[in-house]
Design a protein around this ligand. Sequence first.
Ligand code: SF4
Length: 247
Amino acid sequence: MTITINGIPCVCKKGEFLLQVARRNGIEIPTLCHHDAIAGQGCCRLCIVEVVERGRGKIVVSCVYPVEHECEVFTDSEKVRRQRGMILRLLEKRAPESPEIKALCEKYHAPEIDRFVKVDGGKCVLCGLCVKACAELSVGAISTVNRGVTKEIATPYHEPSSVCVGCGSCASVCPTGAIEITETADTRTIWGKTFQLVHCERCGKVIGTREELAYASKKSGHEPDALCADCRREVMADVMARTYGAE
Ligand code: SF4
């Protein structure tokens, strides 16, 4: 079927999420909690758009809105701009130290709104992407704790987690840089725990923490990696060349 987004015809399949269709067609929609590798969240609501079907318009969250009928979509209508501005200012009150949110407020001309009360002093917007990323690895070392204004993402009892493997996936998916991760040549510290880094035996590049490699090895049933992905590929290519080149 074909829908139009900002007047541009876009071919899509029934059931595809609007955000996906827009991005495939080069149409920009801002997001914070969306990550291509992690199933739709619809949590930050920054990706709202206006959908007009049979002459009636409604605001929807595009990352979790499946296209069911032919429709017209507007990513920057008056209604979208107004609501997106409010959402951004709310996110800013929750995470006033986040440069990413400040930049979005400026980019999308979010109006100042005095009645919103600041609820936190950090960078986290509680989108939950980090929790999902960790759960998808089946580690589940972090979760949302507390409620209301004291809600936050943490390890159990704020103690260094016994199950965290220090992979850093949570920090790498965080859209606001809220998870502190520090590295030296040989160590990585995250969630209050320091891990030893393992280096590729061939080129010396970091391939992960000792715990992360042990965990991956246990899951796959293979020996822990000693080489990085690039060196593994090169070694494999050498072996193939020697095997088949000799024939
Ligand atoms: S660093 Fe720890 S908490 Fe973060 S995704 Fe990896 S295992 Fe989970």
